[in-house]
Structure formats: structure tokens, C-alpha cells
Ligand binder design. Sequence first.
Ligand code: FAD
Length: 404
Amino acid sequence: STRIVIVGGGLAAATAAEELRARRHSGSIDLVTAEQHRPYQRPPLSKGYLAGKEGLDAVYAHPDGWEAQHDIALHVGNPAVRIAEGSVELADGAVLPFDRLLLATGAQPRRLAVPGGDAHGLHVLRTLDDADRLRAALSAGGRRVVLVGAGWIGLELAAAARGYDNEVTVVSPDPIPLVKAVGPEMGSMFRGLHEQHGVEFLLGEAVTGIDTDESGAASGVITDRRSVPADVVIVGIGAVPDTSLAETAGLEIDGGVLVDEHLRTSAPAIYAAGDVANAFHPVLGARLRSEHWANAIAGGKVAGANMLGGDAVLDDIPYFYTDQYDLGMEYSGYASSADEAELVIRGDLEAREFVAFWVADGRVVAGMNVNVWEVNDQVQRLIRDRVAVDRARLADAGVDLREI
Ligand code: FAD
């Protein structure tokens, strides 16, 4: 029977393993993770878990003992270091032969390439261990926290740090937070939200260095305009796909491991899913490397099915959510096509209770619901079916979205 090795300790890996057993795969499954933890999901690390409102049960992908119950051999704290013909070598020297291999190695935080950018005490947030360190640094409150980066992680962390009553400053070279993700209008909406909660923004300022104290620990952020002292410095400037293992197999790599819509890499028995995969998206007609939770789940399922000889296609519309203070948001669609689109608002922007649509060529290419729920299916339908929309009706909250 088919021997399957899965490399990765995140949600793509966990979901693939689950899918294989759900499809009654009776061969071996080895799940290999570099981390000291069984597979877990990351969204709570910047939200409920960091805030102390959720425990580890909200973080782990499966309950304790699940892997053993499903006859999955779990290798924790033992990274895969090399892929050879038909086998994977682990750091401890073990060699795992495979018939099918899934690479779900995710991404690593991007480092700041400035003097002091590797100072000790600098925080990043990717792993559970990072989250534990951050929680310890933030939870007492009353500290000066400087966040480098005004993307999703930066803003979620700003909210978490304010939640513990720290002083928070967000520094970014971007003129508006989240501008690359959701454009200037929606980015400004998030800025307003954070300012109302007491966050200070230093925007349009390039970070040129990290200050350190006598012991060499990070003690502040230097920009092209000023020096900002800090008790806690956090860097959240994006993530880079972890392709180092894929390179050892000579796979085609370009901004992630290149895969087709079936998540097959350039090597016949090897698949890739989740943040590491740069996958051909059949709806978009282009490659897309999605760095979102829903994509890790959907990709894990598709890879699981296809490693058993299936022909599943990953064609989900990209989906993302965030929680910051009392704001909950879901975003669906193709941000790349939203760049030139016109924004249509349904609801109350001031009260932060609305749905924003990005409309291009008379069709919705992306949509974002803010503190409005149970509309995401309809938003996705408009995008998927390329429904020709009337802007006035789209903006009119009195018209049921199902009628659009
Ligand atoms: P990962 O979760 O990155 O897992 C990859 C795993 O592979 C890691 O455990 C790594 O150690 C392991 N690994 C790497 N190389 C090797 C090797 N050679 N051998 C063995 N193991 C290896 N998305 C959303 O949609 N909504 C959110 O609200 C949201 N919040 C987030 C908050 C945080 C703090 C972070 C970091 C991410 C968040 N995301 C969110 C993104 C989402 O978590 C990722 O898209 C998702 O984790 C991707 O899953 P993955 O399985 O592809 O990779």
C-alpha cells in the first residue's frame, strides 16, 4: 500500500493527514515537523491565545492522541533535511521512504535587513513558542511596544498589545496601514479603528535600524526621521515561503514551490500545499501563493485526495478573516484584481458595519464584510459566478444580496 510522508506541522499538513484517513487510506502516514509541538493552527496566536482568552485546545489541529488513534507516525522536533529519490532524511538521521510526499513547510517571518535587525529580544510571531514569549512580554501591561509593520499581523498584534494596556506605536514605510491588502479607503478605516483605541502610527517612515542596550538587546526602533525607544520591539513585515527542503529535491521554485491546480510539483510523486505552494489558480488563470488559513485547509484536502490517485482541483476563492478589538471581518476575492476596481459600500462605514465590494468591469472581484455576518456565501457567489451587478442595488442594504 502507498506510503505517504507529510512534512510540516501546520494546518495544511494536519488537514492532509485527516483527509487521507477519511478517504480510508490504509497505508502508512509519517508526519514530520520541525517544531516541538504536534500540528497546530496559527490564527489564534495573534488573537484569542495571545490575549489569554483561548487555551491550547483552540490552537492544536487535533485533540491529544488523535495522530496515534489514526495510526499516524508523528515525528516532532525533527526537521526533514533532505529529499532523495523516494525517501526523506530527518535531522536525527532517520530515513523515511515514500511513494507520495507532501511538502507543507509553510513560511518563515521575514527578517529586517537593517543594523540591529538580528538583535536579541526582537520579537516575531509565527510559532506557538513565539506567541508564548510575546504573551509573557505583553501581559503585564504598561510597556512601550513598538511594532514594525502595518499588515495583518502588525495590526492584530497592536490590538492584542492594547488589550493588555500597553502603549503601542506602529511604524511602517507604507502611507496607510494594510494599503497593499485592502487599498487606501479600507486601510484608512482600520487606521481609524486603531487610533480610537489609542494606537499611534508613524507612517511613511522607513526603519533604518534597531537600537540596542548595553547587553545587546533591542531597545528601540530607528527610522529615517526619529528614534523611538521601546520596551518591546516586534517585527511583523511578512513571511517568506520555506522552500529550503524543496530545493534539495531540485523542484521548480519561483516565489514558492510551483504546483499546478492539483498541487503537483515538478516531481511526479511530490505535492505541495499551504503557504509554501505557489499554485496555478484556474479561476484567476494565474499563479497565486495564498498565505491564509482557509487555503491551508483547502490545499490539505486537495493534496490528500490527489496523493491517493484523485484529480481534485484547488479553485477556492481566496478567503481571509481577522478580529481586532470589536471588529470582525471576512474578506473574499482576488486582491490583485481589486487594485483597479471601484469600491461600493453597502451599510454604515462610520459605524464599521458594512460590506465593501470591489467592482471591476461591472463584476465583483472582491468583497469584505465588517461586523456584518452570514453574507460571505453570497459575496463568494457574486465573485465565482461573475454576476453582472448594478452598483446602486449592490450599495442598497434594503436589497437582499441573494437578489443581486
Ligand atoms: P505553517 O502553518 O507555516 O506550517 C508549516 C510547518 O512546517 C511549521 O510547523 C514548520 O516548522 C514546519 N516545517 C518547515 N520546514 C520543515 C522541515 N524541513 N521539516 C519539518 N517541518 C518543517 N490566516 C487567516 O486566514 N486568518 C488569520 O486570522 C490568520 N492569522 C494568522 C496569525 C498568525 C500569527 C500567523 C503566523 C498566521 C496567520 N494566518 C492567518 C495565516 C495562516 O496561519 C497560514 O496561512 C497557515 O498557517 C499556513 O499553513 P501551512 O500548513 O501552509 O504552514
